[in-house]
Design a protein around this ligand. Structure first.
Ligand code: NG6
Ligand code: CA
Length: 501
């Protein structure tokens, strides 16, 4: 009996030893990192032609990976782009995917598949550090308890986020649903309809402000900066704007160090160069272009430090890095911060027309880079790709059979092995949509001003159909709709079909 047990035990040991060995020999699945800037324009990166600003660390990714010339965010504003990125679904399919206040409920259905959920199914640890802006809770959030549902409920094992934007209340970070540094003696309250009695606002307290508001942004003041939305209490939890880049970087680096022994997905969503632009003292004056340029230099440094961490941890050749931005650029987005006065010859939109909020190209065509040391050969690709496509392409990479509803598997394009990008894409800007197909861009007629004077950006509104041939008119200067009725019809028909109109 003993003998049999012994033989059996020995057999089992041998068997499990073989199993272990096999496990060790299996290459670890690649890590995936999405580095996502906020309002960084096509022309804000030297690898994309900027001459007035140097972005050596963004450039290192561009020059060592595939630099896409025709890469799109799904929308010309933040919430819809982020929604589309994580779900692989066009943002205009979800009515709630619009710029959200800091008190808005979560707009991703917790039953819906997302990139982090899909990756979790394949054994990944998943984390987000940085800007969220997809809503939290289910309405009437109590910020003094765990705030849910949020990122952790749509697939992230770890989250360290700001709720909405840097210019919106609450001006606190949340870690796994809890406001960081909150004291029970000083609870936090947030309201977007009315102020709390006795709390100063930007509207009537110019003396309390170190940054003046230009448009909106005149509710609660924190750190000398007036914001959108009201808040009260929570003083021990308030972030220091000038430290935000370092705070996010530290968390992103720690995340990598803590999860280096398992495959991980990190969504590192930097806050720059969105307003208010608050470079750390180390970066003040470094661009000669005022705070907007300075925070781009700061973000570039952060990306360099982050990549250095991957390298030091020996992970760089097993990590696919995606670098992009949620929407196009804006110079004055609601504060007097010298960005207009000190812009000089810099063109954040590069050769494109429009900017943030616009249906013209600069609204959604953004820097878009894929980098994987030793795996992706340096190249420039003109293939049309969208952030929508990350879902299905990541799924392919990790052998998942899940796909995003509007997401194409372009893994080979992202890895630089193919130039066959998308045929077409529907672009969105503040609830309006347009079609890109082949060399053509078609914008249907929309009411509304041609230019948003507050931000000085051409929105793409016109009473006429607009059709541009981007092959010879990248800057969309010549509407050729009248000369090309057949092309226009083809574009309109396809647009209506895709929109389901
Ligand atoms: C706009 C804000 C702008 C910015 C934007 C959201 C005003 C006048 N403008 O409503 O400053 O916060 O929303 O930007 O309030 S995004 O990148 O998050 O979409
Ligand atoms: Ca944005």
């Amino acid at each position: 009996m003993y003998k049999i047990t012994f033989i059996l035990a020995a057999f089992l040991m041998l068997f499990s030893a073989c199993g272990n060995q096999q496990k060790q020999e299996e290459p670890q699945k690649p890590n995936i990192v999405v580095i996502y800037l906020d309002d960084l324009g096509y022309g804000d990166v030297s690898a994309y032609g900027a001459t007035e600003i140097k972005t050596p660390n963004f450039d290192k990714l561009a020059e060592g990976g595939v630099r896409f010339t025709t890469g799109y965010a799904s929308s010309a504003t933040c919430t819809p782009s982020r929604y589309a990125l994580l779900t692989g679904e066009y943002p205009w399919r979800n009515q709630n995917a619009k710029i959200l206040p800091g008190s808005a409920p979560l707009i991703i259905d917790t039953a819906k598949i997302t990139i982090p959920k899909m990756l979790k199914e394949q054994g990944y640890h998943t984390g987000i550090v940085g800007k969220w802006h997809l809503g939290l809770g289910s309405g009437n959030v109590n910020w003094n308890e765990r705030v849910a549902p949020g990122p952790n409920e749509v697939g992230f094992d770890y989250s360290f986020i700001m709720a909405a934007t840097q210019d919106r209340t609450p001006t606190v970070f949340l870690e796994n649903g809890y406001v960081v540094g909150l004291s029970p003696d000083d609870p936090l309250y947030v309201n977007y309809q009315k102020n709390f009695e006795g709390e100063p606002t930007g509207l009537d307290n110019p003396g309390l402000m170190k940054m003046r508001w230009f448009n909106g942004h005149n509710n609660s003041i924190h750190n000398g900066i007036p914001r959108i939305g009201f808040q009260k209490g929570g003083k021990s939890a308030m972030w220091v704007d000038e430290d935000m880049a370092d705070d996010f970087l530290t968390k992103a680096k720690n995340y990598v160090k803590e999860h280096k022994n398992e495959p991980f997905f990190l969504y590192y969503a930097l806050q720059q160069p969105h307003v208010p632009r608050t470079p750390n003292a180390r970066f003040v004056g470094t661009s000669g272009m005022g705070p907007r340029g300075d925070v781009i230099i700061e973000a570039d440094w952060c990306v360099g430090e982050f990549i250095k961490t991957l390298e030091e941890e020996g992970l760089l050749d097993n990590t696919l890095v995606i670098f992009s931005s949620d929407n196009g650029p804006v110079v004055n987005d609601g504060y007097y911060d010298d960005s207009v006065e000190k812009l000089g010859k810099h063109t954040p939109w590069g050769p494109l027309r429009g900017g943030k909020y616009s249906l013209f190209e600069a609204g959604t065509r953004v820097p878009f880079i894929t980098y994987w040391k030793g795996k992706i050969q340096p190249a420039v690709s003109d293939a049309m790709v969208s952030q929508l496509d990350l879902f299905s392409s990541f799924a392919k990479l990790v052998d998942s059979d899940k796909r995003g509803p509007d997401s194409e598997d372009l893994l080979d394009v992202f890895l630089g092995k193919s130039q066959e990008g998308r045929d077409e894409i529907v672009l969105e800007a503040t609830s309006r949509t347009a079609l890109r197909k082949g060399n053509w861009a078609m914008i249907p007629p929309y009411n509304g001003p041609a230019v948003n004077k507050m931000v000085n950006i051409e929105l793409g509104n016109s009473s006429e159909f607009q059709l541009y041939n981007l092959n010879d008119d990248l800057g969309q200067q010549k509407n050729v709709a009248a000369e090309n009725p057949e092309k226009l019809k083809e574009m309109v028909d396809l647009f209506e079909k895709l929109r389901g109109d």
